[in-house]
Design a protein around this ligand. Structure first.
Ligand code: ZN
Ligand code: ZN
Length: 174
């Protein structure tokens, strides 16, 4: 990972890097730890509950989350696999890469996650509700999927202006 994690801006839709399937991580070094720390910091500063590496333009299978805001609840997941289960619930989600856009997304209420930590050791956790939703949202990022892919026609119409503005902004930034 030849990137300086202190100089990574957040990618915004329609940045094509948000649409790539991310690659597995096989080096567990200081650079990976620094990237995860930077992601947690950016997530906190943006009042988010999760952030995935591709949102920083790093196409690696890594995401962080913290559904409570308490420092003890910081989680880092490398090469995660998720197993959603239970009933499906619809709730509104936002995404730090798609500002101003809110989408009603159906997710499983329960989720198991199996991943590696920053030292390469396996972690297995079970989550429910907001935590389970966050894992499913962040996992989608590693597959190049965004909440706009899960939008109903009603949400598409409601968010049309915001999405157009993002497109125009991305065009200008290039
Ligand atoms: Zn977590
Ligand atoms: Zn997101």
């Amino acid at each position: 990972m030849p990137l300086d994690p202190d100089r990574l801006p957040l990618s915004e839709d329609p940045d094509p890097r948000l649409r790539k399937r991310c690659a597995a991580i096989d080096v567990f070094d200081d650079r990976l730890a620094a990237l995860a720390a930077r992601m947690l910091e950016l997530m906190r500063r943006a009042d988010g509950i999760g952030l995935a590496a591709p949102q920083l333009g790093v196409l690696s299978r890594l995401f962080v989350c913290n559904a409570t805001g308490e420092p003890d609840d910081d989680c880092v997941f490398v090469n995660p696999k998720i197993s959603p289960s239970g009933e499906t619930e619809i709730a509104e989600e936002g995404c730090l890469s798609i500002p101003e856009v809110k989408v009603n997304v159906a997710r499983s209420r329960l989720c198991r996650i199996e991943a590696l930590d920053l030292t390469g050791h396996p972690i297995r956790l079970d989550g429910a509700d907001l935590v389970a939703r966050c894992w499913q949202h962040e996992y989608d990022h590693l597959e190049g999927r965004l909440i706009t892919d899960r939008m109903s026609e009603t949400d598409r119409i409601a968010n049309r202006k915001a999405l157009k503005a993002l497109e125009a902004e991305y065009g200008r930034s290039r």
